[in-house]
Design a binder for this molecule. Structure first.
Ligand SMILES: [Zn+2]
Length: 616
């Protein structure tokens, strides 16, 4: 028989208040036991509780974030039970009329489908003290007693351990965003009681519920739910009745064990707390709190994509931690979209790597958002080059400082003046006749050697990309005699041998190859000029073009449109090549422009740099 799971969670979240729920004792961790106590939180007879307004505000704001209806007239009750960690013998909680009702969060499952997990209500209560066990004795530490806790009770809408973890993750993200709680699971400020029952698929009636108490890790919750779902199915298979009970998760044995049979609400003898007046919330207070609500993470992601033009994936990673998103936005404010995108790339790669390596969150590093923005702007304007940016970033991350002042003070500004760069390139070429000859002989790597030389001459301040362009142009011009010879040959179209190869490079040094050949038969090519005139030409010259991305096509010569000795070639897949005077090559693909008209897209534009055909 097929069974389905029904899972519900009661999640206790410690609120980020300065003081306790009903007294002025400080909430501090790491103190001596019983350092932060008073007659109220020690439960002395006659001591009267006083409501912590901040705890009410944080609970109401959580409710607003989670789409709950806020109860404008909330009351408190006594939940009676005896245990050494609860000196009054009752816990002040909300039973009948909690602060927030309804609401929920949406989860995304692994298959991409979404499900809305409803929340039944959120109530506010105080935490119990902590019992410490020693070798021969036990002691109660009341420092934790009276901590404000918000209990978020879900509806049993989850169907798997994955659902439960997705729900908790979404809840945590929202509460951390709202600044309501740190939701630090290791420190126990987010704990869940999970309940699970199984029933035959399609059955309406819920099965018998088993509760696992006080789980404080997502992985533990996942493992416990998987175990319990399996255990209950086995009970069913062997006709063993499932008992309504509270079980304990044993992380060592990776199994649950029975603790006690589950108590019912009436066991606690709830009654209204006579020492507290109801919480009455007026519209003005509600409005004031509503204004303090942050943007929800999901809305923020969408806005960041829209506002800064960054990728959805990047927006998601950034918004996972509010601190990262806040920092990025503080730095990106006022930048144009292109620079903001560059800033995002730098943050996602180098800045996050620095955070990982140093173990520091972005708020703990010395680099102000404005300093990061300034660094990216300097690079975008070409004031500093890429290597200088990478060199300065770790230093500013570690020690802070104003990048603009540092660049000025140390003279790190990039050499972007074209004539200065050209002089460096000329100097490098003049000093290295060997590598120049290598280049002429077809060794492409020689170009890289000259870029390296110029970087040295400029003390690392030149932009390697710009230098690469100048080097390619200068070296190509040295090869021009060869090219000119080829062009002359080509213009005559008579003595050209099949499969002669030229190499072309574009400004960045990308290489394409063009083979020339002659077919046995002439071929008709039709060209429709932009003015609509149809021209037909018979030719037997062809070229084979290989673009930098490795794609290639064969095109047939069809005309000399400018009458300059240049020629146009056309391929069967509608690509054109224009090759004039033997020094420039442009490859067009037929395309439609934004106006919807037939147009030509430049696929590649480059310079002939040399002829590698030997003996052609
Ligand atoms: Zn106290």
């Amino acid at each position: 028989m097929e069974f389905e799971n029904t899972i519900g969670l009661e999640t206790h979240v410690q609120l980020k208040t300065r003081t306790k729920m009903f007294c002025g004792c400080l909430l501090k961790t790491g103190c001596e036991p019983n350092a932060n106590v008073c007659p109220v939180c020690l439960g002395y007879p006659g001591a009267l509780p006083v409501m912590n307004k901040e705890a009410v505000r944080l609970t109401v704001m959580s409710g607003m974030m989670l789409g709950c209806e806020v109860n404008r007239h909330a009351t408190f009750d006594r939940k009676n039970y005896f245990y050494p960690d609860m000196a009054k013998d009752y816990q002040i909680s909300e039973n009948g009329s909690p602060l927030c009702i309804g609401g929920g969060v949406e989860i995304t499952r692994a298959d991409g489908t979404r499900k809305f997990i409803r929340i039944n209500h959120i109530h506010l209560e105080e935490d119990a003290a902590k019992i410490n066990h020693y070798a021969a004795t036990s002691g109660v530490d009341f420092n934790r007693g009276g901590t404000p806790l918000m209990e978020i009770v879900s509806e049993p809408d989850m169907e798997s351990a994955d659902d439960a973890v997705a729900y908790l993750t979404a809840l945590k993200e929202m509460l951390v965003y709202a600044g309501v709680s740190d939701c630090n699971l290791e420190e126990g400020n987010m704990r869940s009681d999970v309940n699970i029952s199984i029933r035959p698929a399609g059955e309406k009636k819920l099965g018998t519920k088993v509760e696992i108490k006080n789980m404080n890790s997502f992985s533990g919750i996942h493992a416990a739910l998987e175990y319990e779902a399996r255990r209950q199915r086995e009970c069913m298979a062997h006709s063993i009745p499932i008992v309504q009970e509270t079980r304990r998760w044993d992380p060592e044995a990776m199994e649950t064990a029975s603790m006690r049979s589950k108590e019912n609400a009436h066991d606690y003898r709830y009654f209204p707390e006579p020492d507290l007046v109801p919480v009455e919330l007026d519209e003005a207070t509600m409005e004031e709190w509503r204004k303090l609500l942050p943007e929800k993470p999901e809305a923020r992601r969408a806005r960041m994509v829209e506002e800064y033009g960054i990728a959805e994936y990047d927006a998601e990673v950034l918004s996972q931690h509010k601190e990262n998103a806040d920092y990025f936005e503080a730095a990106a404010k006022g930048l144009d979209r292109k620079t903001a995108k560059a800033l995002c790339n730098l943050y996602m790669s180098d800045v996050m790597a620095l955070m990982n390596a140093s173990g520091k969150a972005i708020g703990e590093c010395a680099m102000a958002p404005a300093a990061l923005a300034s660094l990216v702007k300097l690079a975008a304007a070409g004031t500093i080059n890429g290597p200088t940016l990478k060199e300065l970033l770790p230093e500013i991350f570690e020690k802070g400082g104003d990048p603009e002042a540092i660049v000025k003070e140390r003279g790190l500004g990039a050499v972007s003046d074209a004539s200065a760069l050209e002089a460096f390139v000329d100097q490098a070429i003049a000093a290295n006749p060997g590598p120049v000859q290598d280049f002429r002989n077809g060794k492409k790597a020689a170009a890289g050697f000259f870029v390296g030389q110029v970087m040295k001459l400029s003390k690392g301040k030149a932009d390697p990309k710009i230098v690469g362009g100048i080097v390619a142009r200068k070296l190509s011009s040295l090869c021009l005699p060869l090219v000119a010879a080829l062009a002359a040959l080509f213009a005559g179209c008579s003595s050209l041998k099949p499969s002669q190869t030229c190499l072309f490079t574009d400004e960045e040094g990308n290489v394409i190859a063009v083979d020339y050949g002659r077919a046995a038969e002439k071929r008709e090519t039709t060209f429709v000029a932009p003015n609509g005139r149809v021209m037909t030409k018979m030719e037997d010259m062809w070229v084979r073009v290989t673009l930098p991305d490795g794609t290639s096509f064969t095109a047939w010569k069809c005309m000399d449109p400018l009458g300059t000795g240049g020629a146009m070639y056309r391929s069967d897949d509608k690509k054109w090549m224009y090759h004039a005077l033997g020094i420039t090559c442009t490859v067009f693909a037929e395309a439609v422009n934004p106006k919807g008209e037939k147009d030509y897209l430049v696929v590649f534009e480059g310079l002939i740099c040399e002829d590698t055909a030997k003996g052609g």
